[in-house]
Design a protein around this ligand. Structure first.
Ligand SMILES: [Zn+2]
Length: 236
């Protein structure tokens, strides 16, 4: 059975289709301009009970982004996520209210959220730009930081996008409150990474977390490179 809802094409296809339709080929992807060009009203609201939402009624569409304690990269990802609900044909609800923690949508009722989460990275880091960048650069923390700056995306989403595309051997481990939350590895990486539980006491991510509260330029991430494995501690 298809892991997608009803459309036969992957969510990334609709992101590429949207960019082509609007003739947008600039980096960073101008997500606010996309909303304007589509006639979508984009608002920011600090009183929103969720991270973001999209509402469609009588042919009009509004996207509202939570403005409270939310910084630029996350806003851009959220706009991309909502544009996914707008663009993917099988997303037929009038309203989608979306929350954080968007990396683990495995249950059927969350498939639409997972699809919107796949749409957004392709919109923000389009394959025609990002894949050549992956080929040009080795997996390293400085590469991830450089690409994060180029595409105006978070370190985490950039790292995940890179690790899925690279032909290098590597992995990233994301932890929160000293517990491993997610692991991602490159297609050729054959090592085994424990995907849950406490970080090992000697983990460089744990050590870094204890020594430095946050990585200065990125308030959500405390990270360190360890061989070919990037360890990131999320700090909320
Ligand atoms: Zn959503």
């Amino acid at each position: 059975m298809s892991r997608y809802l009803t459309q036969s094409l992957p969510p990334e296809h609709y992101a590429r289709e949207l960019l082509a339709q609007l003739r947008i080929n600039t980096i960073p992807t101008p997500v606010e301009l996309i909303c304007t060009n589509l006639g979508i009203v984009l608002n920011y609201n600090s009183g929103l009970s969720c991270e973001s939402l999209i509402a469609q009624k009588n042919g009009k569409t509004a996207i509202i982004i939570n403005d409270r304690e939310t910084y630029g990269h996350r806003k851009r990802f959220s706009i991309g996520h909502e544009l996914g609900h707008y663009s993917i044909p099988s997303h037929l609800q009038d309203t989608y209210q979306c929350s954080l923690n968007d990396l683990n949508h495995y249950t059927p009722d969350k498939i639409a959220e997972s699809e919107a989460d796949q749409f957004s990275p392709e919109l923000l880091m389009p394959s025609n730009h990002f894949l050549p960048d992956v080929k040009k650069h080795e997996l390293s923390l400085s590469t991830i930081i450089d690409l994060s700056n180029k595409y105006d995306t978070s370190l985490i989403s950039t790292a995940i996008r890179f690790i899925k595309a690279t032909e290098d051997l590597g992995a990233i481990v994301l932890s929160q409150n000293k517990c491993i939350k997610w692991t991602f590895h490159s297609p050729l990486f054959l090592g085994v990474i424990r995907d849950r539980g406490q970080l090992h006491i000697s983990s460089t991510a744990l050590i870094t977390l204890n020594m430095v509260s946050t990585y200065p330029a990125y308030p959500d991430v405390c990270q360190v490179m360890c061989g070919q494995i990037i360890l990131m501690e999320l700090v909320f």
